[in-house]
Design a protein. Structure first.
Lengths: 377, 297
């Protein structure tokens, strides 16, 4: 047992779980919205090709570029073609970016690539992997973070530096990166098929910077993030934020194509102040195969990360329960879907809390039982 | 997961499955001894109480789990494995306790006007270990054999005593043509009790079979006082005793039990469980631990 992890996870649970419970009690509409969202997502899974095509049409209609990637190497090939010789790249937190090893691949090409979510930045300078879908650095204590920042960012930071001052130092560093950036790469919390819009939810403000300051914005996500309408997409981000313990979310970003203006004689001109190019890359990487299998419901997951804190295996093993970035109960499903990795499922005790707290009502223990069968059957 | 662990698990699967298909038992046990807790119930009947030997052998499961890695490294002849049923036995106080629990459950069921028989040493094991390890194909195959067995004995209703057996039989209903009525004893009885406890829920009862509310209703009505804490005992946040992990790692299973016990003891020194395996896992770390069937009448 790792004592440091034990303390960190207990603190995280204490700070998060009662808060999520309170949000759901005070806003009963969220549970109803989650139910509606589940049915919409099931509709998409039942007609995935139709909704991919519809998303493509909508993205093109709004002046964006649409790309379908069958796997990670396909996705990276598309990214390389878009990025070309641009060197300065900022990233927002996204598990799909890890899934396709984007930062690693771009760094190999000599690009200057920076994570801009604070937790992801800490993971990056620690040459580490995330320990939680939405809280990637919960395994790092304040003391450890102070050492990391001292070594990598600012020699004046030490274990007595306040959290506020640590955040300020990172903000100053990242501001230079935003201003120099030529390409901003994000994930997506939801995509609306009817408008081709990408919705991104955040609290730090970094995604606003990533999606507006660079000349090129690339959003990369799985086909599972497609929902029928813009209303459904808003529902998805509200449900995700609430079940993650952030309600109301500080920012919801909507991107529908590149920046544009109609201020002169109502003639639409693009670009305006924001990016001149918008690209949406949707990736399959095993998802379609999973839709047609007994793992189908895995793809309903909206990655709120709530299941982690109800899971005895995650509480004990941390990020070793799964294959980072896909850890915890939902990570066992995502590793099976995207990488056909099944072995960590054997650590699941079928405690069942994951199912109780899942906003999409996914019977995670029974899906993991089927993943176990793939390993030992 | 390293290859060595996986190979051990696969060997264990084959060994357990072969034993079940041959003898209705996962490993050799002394059935006469473990069914001697009663001689007052009719043999057979269309309703039977079904122990699946869980209360009786829960104390020796850990010994078998420690033995499995050793067995998987050498080819132990079947004849020698058979001898283990005489060599690996629970202590006298442990077996006395399990017999007393089962007799108390029988008394309460009878007080609630429920009649049933018992299969004594003909009783088969449920196959729960196959299901919980993800050996689904083997579980269904053995389930068919089990179904045929119960049918051949004219059994229409089974009263289970522990969560693992209850869950295994209820899951069989969703996986094969198993249409025998399955009821857990807690579902069937009202009871009296006293004392103040923190509950360590069985994950299978409370979440897999959605009995969390029913169990609390019945305990609250019984006179027993329950101390709750959202992060430790709620349906959302309560967690496993670590027991199911022991097939993968006995050490990790024990450590999870210790951590779970620490959390429970912060709420109350008296811990109440409803599963023989939870009892076994938590009892090294909790001095005052009782099974529900030890504190009700």
């Amino acid at each position: 047992m790792n004592y440091e992890w034990n303390v960190s996870i207990d603190k995280a649970i204490l700070n998060n779980a009662p808060n999520v419970n309170k949000i759901l009690e005070e806003n009963p509409y969220i549970k109803e919205t989650a139910k509606e969202l589940r049915s919409k997502k099931l509709e998409v899974l039942g007609n995935i090709d139709f909704y991919i095509d519809k998303t493509e049409e909508s993205v093109k209609r709004s002046g964006g570029h649409f790309h379908f990637a069958k796997d990670s190497s396909d996705a990276m090939e598309i990214v390389r073609e878009i990025v070309k010789n641009n060197k300065n790249i900022v990233l927002s937190k996204s598990n799909v970016l890890y899934e396709i090893k984007l930062r690693e691949e771009l760094s190999k090409l000599g690009k200057d690539v920076w994570e801009t979510d604070l937790g992801e930045y800490l993971v990056q300078i620690n040459n580490d992997m995330p320990s939680h879908l939405i809280a990637p650095a919960i395994h790092l204590s304040k003391e450890k973070i102070s050492k990391l920042l001292n070594k990598n960012l600012d020699k004046s930071i030490n274990e007595n530096t306040s959290v506020e001052d640590m955040v300020k130092a990172v903000r100053k560093f990242l501001m230079e990166k935003y201003l120099a950036s030529e390409v901003g790469i994000t994930g997506a919390n939801a995509i609306s098929a009817d408008t081709g819009s990408v919705l991104l939810i955040e609290n730090e403000g970094n995604i606003r910077m990533d999606t507006v300051l660079p000349g090129i914005h690339i959003a990369i996500t799985g086909i599972d993030k497609i929902v029928p309408t813009l209303k459904d997409a808003f529902n998805e981000v509200i449900v995700q934020a609430s079940y993650a313990g952030f309600y109301p979310p500080t920012y919801i970003n909507v991107t529908s194509g590149p920046s544009a203006t109609g201020d002169i004689e109502l003639q639409k001109v693009s670009p305006a102040t924001g990016p001149r190019e918008f690209h949406l890359i949707v990736i399959d990487n095993g998802r379609k195969e999973a839709i047609n299998s007994d793992l189908r419901e895995s793809l309903l997951c909206i990655r709120c990360g709530r299941c982690y804190f109800s899971c005895p295996a995650y509480k004990y093993y941390g990020k070793d329960f799964g294959d980072s970035p896909y850890t915890g109960p939902t990570g066992i499903m995502w590793s099976a879907v995207t990488a056909k990795k099944y072995d960590k499922s054997l650590l699941c005790m079928h405690s069942g809390g994951c199912k109780e707290v899942c906003p999409m009502d996914i019977n995670i223990p029974e899906i993991i039982e089927k993943i176990k069968f793939r390993e030992t059957g | 997961m390293d290859n060595k662990t996986l190979n051990r698990i696969l060997k264990m699967k084959n060994m357990i499955f072969d034993n079940l298909m041959e003898s209705y038992l996962p490993f050799p046990i002394d059935k006469k001894y473990y069914s001697s807790w009663t001689d007052k119930l009719p043999r057979d009947g269309d309703t039977v109480i079904y122990t699946s030997y869980m209360y009786q052998i829960s104390g020796i499961l850990k010994k078998y789990e420690k033995l499995f890695p050793k067995i998987s490294n050498v080819n132990v002849p079947k004849r020698l494995m058979g001898l283990s049923k005489f060599l690996i036995k629970p202590g006298e106080s442990e077996i006395k306790r399990s017999f007393s629990i089962m007799n108390n459950i029988v008394n309460i069921l009878q007080k609630n006007h429920i009649n049933f028989g018992y299969l004594y040493d003909d009783e088969p094991y449920s196959g729960a270990i196959l299901l919980e390890s993800g050996f689904l194909k083997e579980f269904m195959e053995y389930g068919n054999k089990l179904n045929d067995f119960f049918k051949s004995r004219g059994i229409k209703r089974i009263i289970t005593l522990d969560p693992h057996t209850t869950n295994a039989l209820k899951r069989l209903k969703t996986m094969i043509n198993f249409d025998i009525d399955v009821k857990n004893y807690i579902e069937l009885i009202n009871f009296n009790g006293s004392g103040e406890y923190v509950i360590h829920d069985s994950c299978l009862y409370s979440r897999a079979m959605d009995m969390y509310g029913l169990i609390r209703d019945k305990i609250n009505k019984s006179g027993i006082k329950i101390d709750e804490d959202y992060l430790t005992t709620s349906k959302d946040m309560g967690t496993c005793c670590g027991g199911p992990l022991s097939l993968i790692s006995v050490n990790d299973s024990d450590e999870i039990a210790r951590l779970r016990s620490e959390k429970l003891l912060k709420i109350n020194n008296n811990v109440l469980v409803m599963c023989p395996l939870c009892y076994q896992n938590l009892s090294p770390h909790v001095e005052n631990i009782k099974d529900l069937a030890e504190v009700i009448s």
